[in-house]
Each structure stands twice: as structure tokens, then as C-alpha cells.
Write a protein that binds this ligand. Structure first.
Ligand code: AMP
Ligand code: MG
Length: 545
């Protein structure tokens, strides 16, 4: 599950963003092969019979490079700009557009909180170019926050620093956790301020603006297909499907009714793997609308996401979702399936045999089930999870919730609970000792809840007879030590806003090795401090970004 691509392109030649040779690696397939909106202005309008609108980024006051992901630069074969300001950074802020590139905003719709919302589209994201990396892979470079597009509706097309830091940090963290995700190349401060009503309470404030350059083979979403079917634009639907298959799923073969069905099934499979990955690491996306679901099965659009701290299946980081809890941790698998069914409806004109679409949905259930069982086995250090373990798992969820237990710390330190002969005879308190530090309500209360469970657990582990070293290694590969906790992101944001990049630099470096012990960074692997429990940005978040 958490096989991190380990290509090493560090040695491949890197070109300066302004190097004329870079243009030989541009290939703007999306705009070349798909229909464009004939209107060439950014006044909001309902676009018809098109997959995108050509746009221009709106320049900002004084771009300054704050963060650069060297590993992503290596994938792209692009060198870090030499200075924090200058022409290369201007590109990453949209103040300059490279010859050979034609920025566009994609047209998509979506189901938001269960309801069809009509046209949404890239309201503040724009793809600059598709760049072929030294590995031969195509990747889009997309600016988020570069100004208005025809899809901006009443909004400004901008992004604030706090949400840009959160997207950068978390997408990189997810990659190193081994969960499929979009990536981030750069974070640029714009020098402009952006007004946001962070709490939706009628108190708008000026905040520093920023632009992330994010990177993925494609940013196409379920909603790109839905908008076409909802508007009865079936020729465009077929063109988009054929394009996505030929460009991003070539292994499936030339588009045909059979290939469309195989493709849908593969999307279902990838979505299952992605969501199982979220559940493994305690990630809650927070806005699983169909416009935020990637057609490549990548985690996309990091908004009011969060990391489960106190274990609670009903927890949602999104304040807009606080009442309905549609997007809470424990419902993510079900919601992903709901979203896949919306995609299936959109693809019905291409796959008229419903049995094929239903087959895809069944594949989702099967793959998700298989992944979850394997993951739970790894997380708990059991060789296999079978039906006989259902009660053990259910009781664990109840005990973790009751004792307000930090999910990350619990699973990481479960590997330290003695499961040998000695462990079988320890008191509840002694058995719980390695988990000290994981309980928000204090360690004493926790022993009672978990002691009895641990006793059953130790018995169960001992039945497997796996060697302790192997078991621990497997657990530690599945249970990260370091995750991008909201309060850590907030500390990085506060420092960066005050001109100090050292906090985010350190965090990014630590999150590159989330499964490794990093004794000098132990302070980043502790439970959320109490001051952060109700502080804005540190636990729950609004969509305002
Ligand atoms: P999200 O909730 O971020 O997935 O966004 C939903 C829709 O609103 C997408 O079409 C976004 O492009 C658009 N959107 C969000 N924020 C802005 C903004 N500041 N300016 C323009 N469009 C936005
Ligand atoms: Mg979105």
C-alpha cells in the first residue's frame, strides 16, 4: 500500500524554468485535443460544449518564492529558481507566461454535499502547461490562486497563505506516506492581501495572498464528466473520455464500449486504494464533493482537511459539515462509493450496459475490503484479519473513542506493547504503559478502557507466532510516526506569515520520512497540545480559503 515511488531523477539534468530548451518538453494535449470555450474573457459565464476556457493569470504585486519542493523539481527536471524573486518566480506567480504555454481553466461541475451544483470549474486554478519529465511522465503544472477565470462566479480567484501552506504541506506529506496524491512544486507569496471571512461570521479580514504551483499527471475530476452529461453534451463526453483513456490509461487499449467499462472499473479500484490509504493514516478530506474526486484516484484539492487526533469515526474537520457529518472520517469509504455512482451515471451514455457499471462498483467494494483488511492486519501486527476478528476490531474502535486516544500515537506505539510471555502476565497499567502520551484525557483513565482490550489483543497476536522483529517492521511501515497535524501546519503558517520559513522547512523534511524514527524531531510526534484544541486552524476549519 505504501510503496513510495523511489525513482531517483536527482541526477537527471534540470533546466531553468526560463530555459528555452524546456519548451521541447511541453505537450499541451488537453487543449490540443479537447474543445475550447469560444469566449475568451474571464467574466463568469455558463460555458457550453467545451472542456476548458483559455485564461490568463492576473499579475500580483511582488512575488516571492517561499517554499520549493526539490523532489518535485527533480521529477519535472526543473531547477529551483536561483533567487526568491526574479523572472523564474514571476512564472510561478503568473506574472509572466512562458512562450509555448496556453493557460486554461477546466470546466467541471459537481455534486456538493449530495446535491447537483451545476457548473463549478477551475475558479482559481489554472493549468499552465503539461511538461514531460526526465522519466517520460506527463505532468500538469497548475497555479492555484492566480486570478479570476470564467468559473470564478462571485469569488476573487485568489488563495490565502494559510490555505496554500496547508495544500503544499499536506500533499507532499501524503505522497511520502504512500497515499496517491497530487504534488506541490512551489509556494509563492504574492505581496497582495486577500480578504476572507475566515469564520463566516461577518468579520472579513485582509490576509496575505499566496499561489501554489501544484503538479499531477492530470487534474481531471469526476465533475468534468458530470457537467457534460448533465448538459447533454454527449459528443464532448466521448471526446473527454477517449482523451483521458488514451492519455492516462493507455494500457487499457483503444477506447471502445468494453474499454470504457474496464476504465470505470479501474477508477473504482484506484479510488478504493486511495480511500483505504486515507483511513490507514487518519486523513479526513473534509469536502468529498464529486468535483474534488480525481479521475486518476489521487487525493486532490486540499481544503478543510484534517488528521484524526482523538479517535472518532464521526469527526469532520470541516465546520460546514459539522452538522451533517457527511464527510467525517468513518463515512469516507461510503461517500467515495456514492461519488463513484454519480460518475457511473455520467458515463452511462458511454457504457449503456448497467451491469458493467455495477461491476465497477462491486470492484470498489471488493478492493476496499481487501485493502482495509490488509491494512488493519499491518496496523495491528496481525498476519491476517478474518471474520473471527470482527469483535476485536469493533471493541478497539469503541475503546479508542472512549479514552480519546490519538490515532497516530496509538498505532505507532502498539508495536511496543509486550506481546511475549511476560506481556501475558502484566497488569493493565503495565500493558498500557507504551501507549502513554496517546490519551487526551490523561493516562490513568485510559488504562481501564484499553487494558482489557490489550489483553485480548496480546492473546490474538501470540496465536500468529510471527517473529517480533518482522511484526514490528511491518507495523512501522503502516503506522506513520509523523503526520501533518493541523496544529503543526498552523505553526508553520504563523511562522511563515512572520517571515520565518524554518518551521515549514523542518516540517517538510521530517514528513519526507514519516515512518522513520527521527529522535531529534520527537517534539513533532506528540499529541496535539491542549491550547490547539479549539484554536482556529488547529482542529476544525471552514472552507474559506
Ligand atoms: P472547493 O470547495 O475549493 O472545491 O471549490 C469549489 C468551487 O469553487 C471550485 O469551482 C473552485 O474553483 C471555486 N472557488 C473556490 N474558491 C474560489 C475563489 N477564491 N475564487 C474563485 N473560485 C473559487
Ligand atoms: Mg475543489
Amino acid at each position: 500500500m505504501n510503496d513510495i515511488p523511489r525513482h531517483n531523477f536527482a541526477a537527471a539534468p534540470r533546466l531553468d524554468l526560463l530555459d528555452a530548451q524546456l519548451a521541447s518538453r511541453f505537450d499541451n494535449s488537453f487543449i490540443r485535443e479537447l474543445p475550447a470555450d469560444p469566449l475568451r474573457h474571464d467574466v463568469p459565464h455558463q460555458v457550453r460544449n467545451a472542456c476548458y476556457s483559455q485564461v490568463k493569470p492576473t499579475p500580483v504585486a511582488s512575488p516571492r518564492l517561499l517554499v520549493w519542493a526539490d523532489a518535485v523539481g527533480a521529477l519535472l527536471g526543473v531547477a529551483r529558481p536561483e533567487a526568491a524573486t526574479g523572472p523564474a518566480v514571476d512564472l510561478l506567480a503568473g506574472n509572466r507566461v512562458l512562450p509555448g504555454t496556453q493557460p486554461y481553466a477546466a470546466r467541471y461541475g459537481g455534486h456538493q454535499f449530495g446535491n447537483w451544483a451545476g457548473q463549478l470549474g477551475d475558479g482559481r486554478a489554472m493549468t499552465l502547461v503539461e511538461l514531460i519529465g526526465p522519466d517520460g511522465q506527463r505532468r500538469e503544472l497548475q497555479l492555484k490562486g492566480a486570478g479570476r477565470t470564467p468559473y470564478s462566479r462571485t469569488a476573487d480567484g485568489r488563495a490565502v497563505l494559510r490555505s496554500s501552506v496547508r495544500e503544499f504541506l499536506c500533499s507532499e506529506a501524503m505522497h511520502y506516506l504512500g497515499v496517491p496524491t497530487t504534488r506541490a512544486l512551489s509556494l509563492v507569496a504574492t505581496g497582495d492581501s486577500v480578504v476572507r471571512d475566515m469564520f463566516y461570521d461577518g468579520n472579513p479580514q485582509a490576509e496575505p495572498g499566496a499561489i501554489v504551483c501544484r503538479v499531477a499527471p492530470s487534474f481531471v475530476r469526476f465533475g468534468n464528466f458530470e457537467i457534460l452529461t448533465w448538459n447533454d453534451e454527449l459528443a464532448e463526453l466521448k471526446r473527454l473520455a477517449d482523451y483521458v483513456i488514451r492519455t492516462h490509461y493507455p494500457e487499457l487499449g483503444e477506447p471502445s464500449p468494453e474499454v470504457y467499462a474496464l476504465w470505470f472499473e479501474e477508477i473504482c479500484r484506484r479510488t478504493a486504494v486511495m480511500v483505504a490509504g486515507w483511513m490507514r493514516v487518519g486523513f479526513v478530506h473534509g469536502v468529498m464533493n464529486t468535483d474534488n474526486m480525481s479521475i486518476l484516484g489521487l487525493t486532490i484539492d486540499y481544503g478543510p482537511y484534517g488528521w484524526l487526533e482523538g479517535y472518532d469515526l464521526g469527526w469532520t474537520p470541516n465546520t460546514t459539515d459539522a452538522e451533517g457529518r457527511r464527510y467525517c472520517y468513518g463515512r469516507q469509504a461510503e461517500i467515495a462509493q456514492w461519488n463513484l455512482i454519480r460518475l457511473a451515471s455520467a458515463l452511462l451514455p458511454l457504457i449503456p450496459d448497467r451491469a458493467h457499471l455495477e461491476g465497477g462498483i462491486l470492484t470498489y467494494e471488493r478492493v476496499y475490503g481487501e485493502c482495509s483488511r490488509r491494512i488493519m492486519g499491518d496496523k495491528l501486527g496481525l498476519l491476517e484479519i478474518d471474520a473471527g476478528d470482527d469483535a476485536l476490531l469493533e471493541d478497539l474502535a469503541t475503546a479508542l473513542h472512549a479514552a480519546e486516544t490519538d490515532m497516530t500515537l496509538f498505532f505507532r506505539h502498539l508495536a511496543d506493547v509486550p506481546v511475549d510471555e511476560a506481556g501475558a502476565n502484566l497488569s493493565d497499567n503495565a500493558l498500557t504503559a507504551p501507549l502513554r502520551g496517546a490519551f487526551y484525557g490523561g493516562d490513568d483513565a485510559a488504562g481501564g478502557h484499553l487494558g482489557a482490550w490489550l489483553r485480548r489483543y496480546v492473546d490474538r497476536v501470540r496465536r500468529d507466532g510471527e517473529t517480533p522483529a518482522r511484526r514490528r517492521a511491518r507495523m512501522n511501515r503502516s503506522n506513520p510516526k509523523y503526520v501533518a497535524r493541523n496544529y503543526l501546519a498552523q505553526l508553520a503558517i504563523d511562522a511563515l506569515a512572520a517571515g520565518d520559513a524554518s518551521v515549514i522547512d523542518r516540517l517538510l523534511a521530517v514528513l519526507e520520512r514519516p515512518y522513520d524514527e527521527q529522535p531529534e524531531h520527537e517534539d513533532l510526534a506528540v499529541r496535539r497540545p491542549e491550547w490547539a484544541r479549539h484554536k482556529a486552524g488547529c482542529s476544525a476549519l471552514s472552507c474559506s480559503s
